[in-house]
Design a binder for this molecule. Structure first.
Ligand SMILES: [Fe+2]
Ligand SMILES: [Fe+2]
Ligand SMILES: [Fe+2]
Length: 445
């Protein structure tokens, strides 16, 4: 069978997961990162779709414009202090360049997405002011996205924007836009029926339904290989936001898969463990980087914020319709057998083996990692710390027995995963740094 991963190729059980759910999830994660992002990506996409119609873009251009609009600010996940920005048009120059370039390199990773190279380019230029000839240097979809993004940011300043069409149009007279895009925006502001504005600003639900239908037409095959690629992209997003976390999901995934194999679990369960490891901290995407990187112990409030990540992991994975077993393995990793874990506080009898393995893998990985407030721990201390948790009745003894017996092997697997991740992370940072210089030049900064 094609795309056979660990001897297992899921065919039917991911049917409930669709491409539109993933894109909606990505946009919601970005919209969750800061108050100022609220609704921005989905509203921008809604506007883009209407502009595309007026501008008569080709079928492919429309498709790429829609996908890039949904993802365009994904680079903001990496921007520090976003929580202190009051309006999106108050982002400073370096934040504008950073998130364009970061977004580009994140989307370049999305090889499961048809046209991802082009989509990455469109996103890269979504804040470039128009100057004569620009339409020959950047994708036409970028020129439209710049306008859609601006309209959203300006219109959202009014409670009932449809009553301030004149003011909104005036605001556009100052912005540097590609003339056909400016005309299309003015036409949209003038002629759109009230339902356009109501959908845009009064109902999250209406927008979601509209976007689901729009994205539903874009085909993406969910086979095991694509599924793994998507999970790897998510792990990259989670890990690469900060050097502190840069190897974590990679370590956990390889440890969980290896322990599963040593415990002779069937291929299907091992595959789910590998994916669960990649996705287990997806909820960390809504934890501000400032907290992840704080060079000291966290305050009680900061710690409380970090703890919520597991709840978001659970919500996000359920939302995209992952199999229950995978959701549990991924989002029970802070539960403990004696009920002392969080956020569910469930006890061992409610946890199947996948969740127990993930709990050990997560502790194992964390102990091997350097944090701003602690060094990485010695090999011996890693094992004795896990053992103490087992003796205390918090982690699973059956899992521990395997870990103890084959500790050196597991340690080497975890180190290799971390080395590979570190190399990829350094490559990523280098690409972004080089790209940023060029982008700044094109933006005239
Ligand atoms: Fe942006
Ligand atoms: Fe934006
Ligand atoms: Fe976690």
């Amino acid at each position: 069978m094609e795309n056979n991963i660990c001897g297992y190729a899921p065919t039917f059980e991911f049917d409930s997961i669709s491409f539109s759910k993933f894109l909606l999830l990505f946009s919601e994660i970005v919209e969750n990162t800061a108050k100022v992002m609220d609704g921005h990506l989905q509203r921008t996409t809604y506007i883009s779709a209407h502009l595309a119609e007026t501008l008569g873009l080709s079928e492919n251009e429309v498709k790429f414009l829609i996908i890039s609009s949904m993802l365009h600010d994904i680079g903001l996940l990496f921007v520090i202090k976003l929580g202190f920005v009051e309006e999106l048009d108050k982002l400073d120059r370096s934040a504008l360049i950073d998130h364009g370039e970061l977004g580009r390199w994140v989307v370049k990773e999305m090889s499961f997405l048809e046209g991802h190279e082009r989509i990455a380019e469109i996103i890269r230029f979504h804040h470039v002011d128009y100057s004569p000839g620009l339409e020959n240097r950047i994708p036409v979809e970028s020129l439209v996205l710049v306008g859609a993004d601006k309209l959203e940011v300006i219109a959202r300043k009014y409670k009932q924007p449809w009553m301030y069409k004149k003011e909104i149009m005036e605001a556009f007279s100052e912005s540097k836009l590609y003339a056909p895009v400016r005309e299309a925006i003015c036409k949209l502001i003038k002629d759109a029926p009230l339902v356009f504005w109501y959908n845009l600003f009064l109902s999250r639900r209406a927008k979601r339904e509209y976007l689901e239908a729009l994205l539903g037409d874009i085909p993406l095959k969910f086979n095991a290989s694509n599924f793994l690629k998507i999970s790897k992209t998510i792990a990259t997003l989670v890990d690469f936001r900060s050097p502190v976390t840069s190897t974590h999901s990679a370590r956990v995934s390889s440890l969980a898969e290896a322990i599963g194999e040593m415990m002779e679990l069937p291929a299907r369960k091992r595959f789910l463990l590998k994916i669960a490891g990649l996705l287990h901290d997806i909820g960390k995407l809504v934890v501000p980087i400032d907290i992840l990187e704080k060079p000291a112990r966290l305050s009680p409030v900061e710690y409380a914020i970090v703890q919520t990540h597991i709840y978001f992991s659970y919500r996000f994975l359920r939302q995209i319709g992952m199999p229950a077993e995978l959701v549990e393995a991924a989002s029970f990793h802070h539960e403990r057998l004696d009920g002392s874990g969080y956020p569910f506080g469930i006890t061992g009898d409610c946890m199947y083996i996948g969740a127990r393995i993930m709990q050990v893998a997560d502790v194992f990985a964390a102990l091997c990692e350097k944090r701003p407030y602690k060094d990485r721990w010695d090999k011996g201390v890693v094992l004795s710390t896990i053992k103490a948790e087992v003796e205390g009745g918090r982690l699973c003894r059956k899992v521990y027995d395997v870990v103890e017996e084959r500790f050196d092997e597991l340690y080497a697997i975890s180190e290799k995963a971390a080395r590979d991740a570190k190399n990829r992370f350094e490559g990523f940072l280098m690409n972004v740094a080089i790209g940023k210089e060029k982008l700044a030049e094109i933006m005239g900064f």
